[in-house]
Structure formats: structure tokens, C-alpha cells
Design a protein. Structure first.
Length: 587
């Protein structure tokens, strides 16, 4: 009994696991540094200029989507005649004109849309609920408080150039604080926080540590008094008493904004879950996955160091014992031969000099591993069973897509026939499914696919004559890979014993090629037409090809093929659209 597999040495397994652990560890470090890098809080924040009958009022807004959707407070733009938004990256202070597309006076929210695209990035929103915000969590407020403008104008010298004034006017103020509590009401949910905000901050974003917008700054509690209060106190000899609650600001919870965006089908970027130490939920999942895989790979490498037999990390059956190559089929059948399961052995000469004219073997197309079945030709059984259950078959393939008893090979004279034993996933010969419980004759060079395992079948025998095509001394193999990396291999006879179609010019079709399932050779790719080309023999018997009016054309060694037959006798490469296949003669 032969057991098909892909032998890997214990050291190979250890090295593979170690390399995986190292790479995943480096990836985890890179991801952690990337996630914790400083967040671009200011780039998507804009100054709002609202023109009224009595002048211009100022506020803050932030971009949530392209080309220019801006969120701000309703009281910033209430009763305005014209609206403009400007960012520090804009070329001029004029900014971009905007129009109001939605507002809610109860929630004190508004959404604007600019007439032109805005340069700044769209900010990421936090798609969160009440339970995702914890007291004392750090927050950052960004905006344009008006008191800062007045102070800057008061201290700036008259000689200060206009450019510096403009830059100062467009540079946002960043303050840091923490969440104090949530304040629900019948109209909206508010976030109470300690980040310092002032008149002019209205409509600006409140960020969490992950750089996500969690609220829209709306109002602050401050104490104030007028100059008249001071004069009155001076005349009366009294004093002005100020009681300030300290840094207390309020922001509209971001869920109110997300609800409006969903209702009006405005796209936006958002992530869910809590922010933990600067990492949001998606970042934590990615980082946790990389760390888990790194630990698992390191653990497997450690286990293999103490127990190499784990995970199949044992020497291949052909190399067990004292280092001599052993053929497991010889052990089962007692043939006593010196054939090996090692790599290629010439059909004409064995390494020890013994003549070996009879040969049968499988070659795994994925690993290029060879499995010698030559004992099947001399003194062995007349049939060879194939399947996954090694106690029930002669040739075991350890793959989940293989049935316990999948198929059988029968040898009669110089013929080898394949029979699928009603397997679950079927058997293919050169890409064509064979009927269950029916014999299909094989020839050397055929690609047999059991389930998802593709094996190259090779068969040579002394004085062998192929009864199917006894007058054909050679055949052709069309092989390569498609764009998805799938193997393409199709056998093409040098002539046909069963003529499929003969044209008036003497062209005999052998294999039709295309994307449609009715073709003999199916190339599942968008660059391939439903009926793309046909390979056959011309009136002189030479292998030729015709293009069937395909959209992307057929080429042989770079030359275009038309509707007339073109010889393939001295051709190496055939291109169907963008798929390149190699044509080789099989003797």
C-alpha cells in the first residue's frame, strides 16, 4: 500500500513555525506602532462663516464625507444668508460656498454641502451607544474660539503682515479633557466633558483617544459680567462676585449625527466599540489576531522541538529505517524489487543498472512528488484501488476531498482503465468529469484529479502499443496557469479517431476552447470569449488552430491568429486573450 503525502522534515516544520512566529511578531509591533501614532485631529476641521443681515458670525464644523459634507451646530448657521467653510489648507480665506441640506433645531445640528470638493480628509465617526463611553475617558476638542481671535488681534503689532494674520485666523485650537457624564434629555443625548471650549467652538468635533468623533461641541457653562457691573461696584465701593463652575462643556452625542446621516443616505466612515488606550475595536481585533497567531506559531515550534512526530513531522515512509529507500508497495506485495518512491527514474535504466522497461507512476502536481506503481505491472494485482482510507485501498491519498474508496485502476493487457467508485467529489481526466461506475481508458500524460488532488499519470511498457491511437507516435500537451493560479493541463492527440467536425477546407476540429461549458477546454476567465478558438488538424495532417472571432484574440508566439488555420507544429506559446499556455509535444 502506498500512502500519498508531502513529507516535511521535523527541522523543516520547526523552521517554518519559527519564521511564521517571527514575521507575525514583527507585524504585531508594526501594527501597534501604526495604531498608536498621533491622530490627525485638525485636518478635517473647518471654520464656518455665516453671513447675516447684521454682519458675519463664526463657528466650527467638520468634514464627514466627500465631496464636501460638513457637520456643525444649527445655531451657527441659523437665519444666515450665505455660508462659507474654510480650512487651514485652503489657498484663500474665502473658502468654499456651502448650502444647508438638513438641520434640527431641537438637536442643534445641521449638515452642509459645499459647491466644490474640499481638500481635507473626512473624519471617522464612532458608531457607539451610551455604554461605550466611560467616565474619565480622555477627549479632545478642536475648534475656533472667538475669544482667541480677539486676543490675537489685540496683541498683534500693526506691522504684522496679512499672511501671518490669515494663518493665525485659520489655525484651530486644541484642548484636552475627560468625559464627566452623559446627560440625556427628551430631544437629544449630551456628553458633559472638561475640554475647554468657548464661543466659536460651536459645531466642532469632540474626539476620543482613537481619533474618532464622539460628539459635536455645542455649549459651555461660564460666568460673565459687564463693564457696567465693574463701574457700579467701583462707585458703591463694592465688589463683583463671580462663581464659575470650572471647565464644563457639552457636546451632542454622535449617535444623533449618525441617525441623520442614515436617514438621508449620506455615506460616512465609522468604527464601533469602545476606545481602549488609543485602539478602537477593529484595531484591537487585528492586533489581537496577529499576536495570537505569533504565539501559536511559537508554541508549535516549541512542541516540535520536543516531539518531532507531531503534525505529521516524521520522515517519509520511503526514507524510514536505516536510510535505505523502501518501496511500501514492495513491502505489501512482496515483489522484492529495488524500485523507489524517490524522484524521477528513467524508464530505460534503473540506478543499479537493471533494465526497467515497464513503468507506471503518479506525480503530484502540487508538490512534484512521484509515487512508483511499477509493481502493478509485474506480478501485482490486476486492479489498484485508490481512496482516503489506507486500510481499505492500495493507494491512499490523505486529503479530505477524497472518498474512503474513491476510484480503481484496472490493467488489461496494454490498457489501463479508470473507474470512479461513486465518490463524493468525483474524478476528472484532463479536466473532464468521468461518469461514476463506468470505465474510462487512460493514456500516459493524462491529468487525473481525485477530489481536489491532481496527479499526472505516466505509463510505459515494453512493446507498448496504444490501441486507441495506434497510428499516432506522439501527442500534445497544452499547459500553464490562469490568473487565479489554477493549473491548466489538457492533452491533445496528434489526430482524431473520432472526427468532431471537418470544414470545407479540410480542417478537422479536435478541441474547442472557450469560457462556455460546452467547450472541450474550458478557460474560466473574463478575457476568454464563450467560443474563443479551436485546435485541430489541417488538410496535411498538421496540428493547427483557428480563432472563432474572439473579443481579445488568439496569438501564437505573439502573432495574431485569424479565422484561417495556422500551423502549431513549431509553436511554443499560445495566448488566449491574456492567458499564456505552453504547447509541448509528448513522445
Amino acid at each position: 500500500m502506498i500512502r500519498a503525502g508531502h513529507p516535511i522534515s521535523p527541522k523543516g516544520w520547526q523552521l517554518t513555525c519559527f519564521v511564521c512566529a517571527l514575521c507575525l511578531s514583527l507585524l504585531s509591533i508594526f501594527l501597534l506602532l501604526s495604531f498608536l501614532k498621533s491622530k490627525p485631529y485638525e485636518e478635517g476641521v473647518y471654520r464656518i462663516l455665516a453671513s447675516h443681515a447684521r454682519g458675519t458670525s463664526l463657528g466650527t464644523g467638520f468634514k464627514i464625507s466627500d465631496p464636501g459634507y460638513i457637520v456643525t451646530n444649527y445655531h451657527v448657521i441659523e437665519n444666515s444668508r450665505a455660508l462659507f467653510v474654510a480650512n487651514k489648507n485652503d489657498d484663500t480665506l474665502n473658502g468654499s460656498m456651502a448650502r444647508l441640506i438638513w438641520y434640527s433645531a431641537d438637536q442643534d445640528l445641521a449638515i452642509l454641502k459645499t459647491e466644490t470638493s474640499l481638500q481635507g480628509p473626512s473624519l471617522t465617526l464612532a458608531d457607539i451607544g451610551k455604554s461605550d463611553l466611560e467616565k474619565a475617558s480622555e477627549v479632545i476638542a478642536v475648534g475656533f474660539p472667538g475669544v482667541v481671535d480677539r486676543f490675537a488681534n489685540a496683541i498683534s503689532p500693526k506691522a504684522l503682515d496679512k499672511l501671518n494674520r490669515d494663518n493665525a485666523f485659520m489655525d484651530p485650537t486644541v484642548t484636552k479633557g475627560s468625559i464627566q457624564r452623559l446627560l440625556p434629555s427628551a430631544k437629544r443625548l449630551m456628553i458633559q466633558h472638561s475640554a475647554n471650549i468657548n464661543s466659536g467652538n460651536s459645531g466642532g468635533p469632540l474626539f476620543d483617544q482613537c481619533g474618532r468623533v464622539i460628539g459635536v461641541n455645542t455649549i459651555t457653562l461660564t460666568s460673565s459680567f459687564t463693564a457696567k457691573d465693574l463701574l457700579r461696584a467701583g462707585r458703591n465701593g463694592g465688589r463683583v462676585q463671580v462663581t464659575s463652575p470650572g471647565d464644563i462643556g457639552f457636546s451632542v452625542h454622535i449617535r444623533e449625527v449618525v441617525s441623520a446621516l442614515r436617514t438621508h443616505e449620506i455615506r460616512y466612515s465609522a468604527t464601533g466599540g469602545q476606545c481602549v488606550s488609543g485602539l478602537d475595536q477593529s484595531e484591537m481585533i487585528i492586533l489581537g489576531g496577529a499576536i495570537t497567531l505569533a504565539l501559536a506559531s511559537g508554541f508549535v515550534a516549541l512542541l516540535l522541538a520536543f516531539n518531532p512526530a507531531l503534525f505529521g513531522a516524521v520522515p517519509h515512509p520511503a526514507q524510514q529505517g536505516n536510510g535505505q529507500a523502501i518501496n511500501p508497495l514492495d513491502q505489501l506485495l512482496g515483489s522484492g524489487g529495488d524500485m523507489t518512491m524517490d524522484h524521477y527514474v528513467s524508464p530505460a535504466h534503473h540506478p543499479n543498472g537493471t533494465s526497467l522497461s515497464n513503468r507506471m507512476r503518479f506525480t503530484d502536481q502540487a508538490s512534484d512528488m512521484h509515487y512508483d506503481l511499477s509493481a502493478f505491472l509485474s506480478g501485482g494485482p490486476s486492479s489498484l484501488s485508490i481512496g482516503r482510507e489506507d486500510t481499505q485501498v492500495d493507494f491512499a491519498i490523505n486529503d479530505i476531498s477524497i472518498s474512503r474508496r474513491h476510484a480503481r485502476l484496472d490493467l488489461t493487457g496494454n490498457r489501463v482503465r479508470l473507474r470512479d467508485l461513486s465518490s463524493t467529489n468525483g474524478t476528472l481526466v484532463n479536466g473532464q468529469k468521468v461518469p461514476a461506475e463506468q470505465d474510462t481508458e487512460l493514456r500516459s500524460g493524462d491529468i487525473i484529479t481525485f477530489g481536489s488532488v491532481a496527479l499526472l499519470f505516466e505509463f510505459t511498457r515494453a512493446n507498448l502499443t496504444n490501441e486507441r491511437t495506434s497510428d499516432a507516435p506522439y501527442s500534445w500537451l497544452l499547459s500553464g496557469f490562469d490568473h487565479k493560479g489554477r493549473l491548466i493541463q489538457h492533452h491533445i492527440p496528434s489526430h482524431s479517431t473520432q472526427q468532431i467536425q471537418m470544414d470545407t477546407d479540410g480542417f478537422t476540429a479536435l478541441r474547442y476552447i472557450g469560457r462556455d461549458q460546452e467547450n472541450d477546454i474550458i478557460l474560466d476567465d473574463d478575457a476568454i470569449s464563450r467560443s474563443h478558438a479551436v485546435i485541430g488538424t489541417d488538410q496535411t495532417g498538421q496540428l493547427s488552430i483557428k480563432d472563432l472571432g474572439s473579443s481579445n484574440g488568439t496569438y501564437i508566439d505573439g502573432c495574431s491568429v485569424g479565422p484561417s488555420a495556422c500551423s502549431l507544429e513549431n509553436i511554443n506559446t499560445i495566448s488566449f486573450g491574456s492567458i499564456d499556455l505552453t504547447l509541448s509535444k509528448q513522445i
